[in-house]
Design a protein. Structure first.
Length: 142
C-alpha cells in the first residue's frame, strides 16, 4: 500500500464552497481523495452526515481507484489514515454515474478542479522531484 507524507498532500479549494480537496501525485498524475469529493458534492451522505465512499465508488473501475495511506496526524502513534483515491478518469466516472448530482453545476466545478489539480501538480513537480526518494512516498511492506 502506498503511503503519502503530509508534505506531499496538496489541498485545493473546491470551487464556490468552503470545502477543500486533497490531491496526491500517483502514477504521474493527480489523484483525489474520494471522501473529499463526496463531501464537496454531498454524494452518498446519510442524514447524520456520514459518507458511504464504498457505495459512491461502486461504479468507478478498479484501475481508477486506489487504497492509500495519507499522513493525517504526524508525530503520533498512528500518523496514517487509509483513504480511497480516484484518478481524474475515476472522478469523471463518479460524476457521470451518480444519480445524486445536480448536473447543471458539476461540469464547470469539475473542470475547474481538474485544472487546479494539474496546476498544483505542475507547481510542485520541481519541489518534489529532488526529494522524491526522501520519504515522500514509499511502499509499505506487506
Amino acid at each position: 500500500m502506498d503511503s503519502f507524507a503530509e508534505a506531499v498532500i496538496h489541498r485545493v479549494p473546491w470551487p464556490e464552497s468552503n470545502r477543500e480537496i486533497r490531491i496526491v501525485r500517483h502514477q504521474g498524475e493527480p489523484w483525489f481523495v474520494a471522501a473529499d469529493i463526496c463531501r464537496a458534492l454531498d454524494l452518498f451522505v446519510n442524514r447524520r452526515g456520514e459518507l458511504n465512499v464504498t457505495l459512491a465508488l461502486a461504479a468507478v473501475k478498479a484501475d481508477d481507484k486506489h487504497l492509500a495511506r495519507l499522513e493525517t496526524s504526524p508525530n503520533t502513534f498512528r500518523p496514517y489514515t487509509r483513504y480511497m483515491l480516484i484518478s481524474p478518469r475515476g472522478f469523471t466516472q463518479l460524476l457521470t454515474t451518480s444519480p445524486a448530482i445536480a448536473t447543471e453545476s458539476v461540469p464547470a466545478a469539475f473542470q475547474a478542479m481538474i485544472e487546479a489539480a494539474f496546476r498544483v501538480m505542475e507547481d510542485v513537480v520541481g519541489k518534489i522531484a529532488p526529494q522524491a526518494n526522501v520519504g515522500s512516498s514509499h511502499r509499505a511492506a506487506s
